[in-house]
Design a protein around this ligand. Structure first.
Ligand code: PMP
Length: 437
């Protein structure tokens, strides 16, 4: 698929002005080839590009738009708020209301602090964990993404218990040296690190539903092991629920697995498409933040009323009617999963469609879906690139990377799913792809 004339023209202009023409790397389509579409508008489950072509959208702005694009109630709430002032830099009622929604829904949260992105939420939660424990080391898991803070842009060193190495230029080795990277789903490696280095570890940080390198569903026992060992070692368990929070259910992954983290981070859905992040936990920890405590963190636009209004309208809808929204998302997810799986099976690909609630991932390799990043077959990228292009040609917009998931919204109705399945069957056939390719 080639982008239309208008998208191409915008891309040429953009490339002169912004690196690779984008403001976030994966948008540049580098891992699927071709050129990015420039989006002109979006409504419900559909986006329209600058050339007027319409696509069924499974990116949903990378997760926030659980109600769909330009949801009328969210748009009205944002418009009302904007008309009253874009930002005050002073407390406002909307912050209290969104905080009440979060604290009311999430039993492990007594207090929250709002920030403007998921990156800030995780970076700040880690600082808080270091501040309260007086320790420096953070354990993270390969394949989990936690935003672009220096000490979290780290890949595994050689050997399981070694300190990490920077995975981006510009990250000092000494910063990365405070991070230990372990494989997911490996209880032995984790226990060994906690045994050898437990007293140095401030926090164990995980996406409890890892969704940034495929969808690597973890065994509940593994997550419980993290909980137990953190408690024993005096390290804080941080659940990064920037994707899973209010996406997989009203209580996120913590509720799904009935595991209580010490701190949790949020973003995406809680901002309804506006820049909002949050981190929270028990009062005893959160009161260590400035101005009550010694851990500093601040933000010019934190808690701004327009962003809060989008979050409030989104969460109110999700939390209404005793979870009906999540039941519907689950129904749609199950239907899409089984239809896409049938398309893979009929073409004898051996691949699978992995799903947690309204998050789906195309695992383009044979065998059981991986639980570890290291178990993702290197060939998936090329297979995905062909499928991605064939789907774009048929009006279905997936994320431009094999490692990214698909997000469903409440605006994806059965008709949209039917249309997707027709396109998908054709695309699988057209792309003529097999596991061996
Ligand atoms: N944590 C997780 C789990 C994420 O998926 C992301 C973004 N995809 C982040 C943190 C960073 O959020 P943001 O892009 O809003 O900074």
């Amino acid at each position: 698929m080639s982008a239309g004339e208008r998208s191409r023209e915008l891309y040429r202009r953009a490339c002169r002005l912004m690196p690779a023409g984008v403001n976030s790397p994966v948008r540049a389509f580098r891992s699927v080839g071709g050129e990015p579409l420039f989006i002109a508008s979006a409504s419900g489950c559909r986006i329209t590009d600058a050339d007027g072509w319409e696509y069924l959208d499974y990116v949903g702005s990378w997760g926030p738009l659980i109600l769909g694009h330009a949801d009328p109630e969210v748009v009205a709430a944002v418009s009302r708020a904007a008309a009253k002032g874009m930002s005050y830099g002073a407390p406002c009622a909307e912050e209290v209301e969104l905080a009440e929604l979060l604290v009311g829904a999430l039993p492990h949260l007594e207090m929250v602090r709002f920030v403007s992105s998921g990156t800030e939420a995780v970076m700040s939660a880690v600082r808080l964990a270091r501040g309260v424990t007086g320790r420096d080391v953070v354990v993270k898991f390969s394949g989990c993404y936690h935003g672009h803070a220096d000490h979290l842009l780290v890949s595994a060193g050689s050997g399981l218990a070694t300190f990490g190495i920077p995975s981006s230029a510009g990250v000092p080795a000494s910063f990365a040296g405070h991070t230990i990277v372990l494989p997911l789903d490996d209880g032995d490696a984790f226990q060994a690190v906690m045994r050898d280095r437990g007293p140095e570890i401030a926090a164990v940080l995980i996406e409890p539903i890892p969704a940034n390198a495929g969808l690597l569903e973890q065994r509940p026992e593994f997550l419980q092991l993290l909980r137990d060992k953190c408690t024993r070692c005096g390290a804080l368990l941080i659940f990064d629920e920037v994707i899973s929070g209010f996406r997989v259910g009203p209580t996120g992954a913590a509720g799904r697995y009935r595991i209580t983290p010490d701190l949790a981070t949020y973003g995406k859905v809680i901002g309804g498409g506006m820049p909002v992040g949050a981190y929270g936990g028990p009062r005893s920890l959160m009161e260590q933040l400035s101005p009550l405590g010694p851990v500093y963190q601040a933000g010019t636009l934190s808690g701004n009323p327009v962003a809060m209004a989008a979050g409030i309208a989104t969460l109110r809808r999700l939390l209404a009617e005793g979870g009906a929204a999540y039941r519907e998302l689950d129904r749609l997810g199950a239907r899409l999963q089984s239809c896409l799986q049938a398309a893979f099976d009929d073409a004898a690909t051996g691949w699978s469609v992995v799903r947690t609630g309204s998050i789906l991932w195309l695992s383009l390799q044979p065998g059981p879906p991986p639980r570890r990043y290291e178990h993702i077959d290197a060939g998936v990228a090329i297979r995905y690139a062909r499928l991605h292009a064939a789907l774009l040609d048929r009006g279905v917009y997936l994320a431009p990377s094999a490692y990214e998931v698909m997000f469903l919204s409440l605006a994806h109705d059965d008709q949209a799913i039917d249309q997707t399945v027709v396109a998908f069957r054709e695309a699988v056939r057209f792309a003529g792809i097999r596991t061996s390719s």
